[in-house]
Design a protein around this ligand. Structure first.
Ligand SMILES: Nc1ncnc2c1ncn2[C@@H]1O[C@H](COP(=O)(O)OP(=O)(O)O)[C@@H](O)[C@H]1O
Ligand SMILES: [Mg+2]
Length: 223
């Protein structure tokens, strides 16, 4: 998915009430299938940037066009639907549903939005979870898995419907070495097929040269 950002800005009010500009006039052309590194220290706005690109947040000004869709013109409901269809968002904090089993966590969101036939999605989920090394835990609940295993479930869920945009927000932070390796490989394997936006301090990713780097934090200041 090709993405064009035109001068997007986003500010938040801090507790004293003054506005702090977190995203300060970013423009970029991201080619379909590109691997984009989003860099910057903690607090630089990486997660905010991802929330804008996935339509969870709207910028204060500027436009975001993803494929043929001008995201910044859509209603919240339309953006939710767009995100469910097009975006695989791997959150730093997984966001698994505690009262669903592992296999249901991966499959149900996709069934709900109708991204494929149930049997087919189920089959692909089992294959994906098996490839990620958690095929023996399909009917357990998230709390019964290690942190590294839970992140692998979140990866399987995000990637199940072959999203055209993958957003990976520090996807290997806090993972054991083996899990981090598996998660990094699963994401990088989709390079060229999906557009990948990645924020990570993990050296496993820095060995791979991104097509584009978007550096945040340099210009942020008081709006
Ligand atoms: N919903 C919000 N309301 C107010 N401030 C926010 C909100 N979300 C993020 N911020 C602030 O925006 C800045 C950037 O945060 P974030 O995007 O999470 O950075 P990063 O992911 O690079 O660590 C931080 O100062 C954070 O406190
Ligand atoms: Mg963050």
């Amino acid at each position: 998915m090709q993405i064009t950002l035109s001068n997007i800005e986003k500010s938040f009010r801090d507790p004293s009430g003054s506005a702090r500009r977190v995203i300060a006039g970013i423009s970029a052309d991201i080619a379909a299938g590109a691997l984009v590194a989003v860099t910057g220290p903690s607090g630089a706005g990486k997660t905010t940037f991802f929330n804008l690109l996935s339509g969870l947040l709207l910028p204060d000004s500027g436009t975001i066009t993803a494929g043929k869709t001008e995201l910044t013109k859509l209603s919240e409901r339309e953006r939710d639907r767009w995100r469910a269809k097009e975006v695989g968002y791997i959150f730093q904090t997984f966001n698994l549903l505690g009262d669903l089993t592992i296999i249901d966590n991966v499959v149900l969101p996709h069934i709900l939005i109708g991204s494929g036939a149930k049997g087919d999605l189920q089959k692909r989920a089992v294959e994906s979870l098996t490839a990620l090394g958690i095929g023996d835990h399909l009917h357990k609940y998230p709390h019964q898995l290690s942190v590294g295993q839970r992140q692998r479930v979140a990866v399987a869920r995000a990637l199940l419907a072959s999203p055209r945009l993958i957003i990976a927000d520090e996807p290997t932070a806090n993972l054991d070495d083996a899990s981090a390796r598996i998660v990094a490989d699963a994401i990088l394997a989709l390079r060229g097929r999906s557009t990948i936006l990645l924020a990570s301090h993990d050296g496993r990713f820095s060995a791979v040269k991104p097509d584009l780097t978007i550096a945040l934090g340099g210009e942020a200041g008081h709006a």
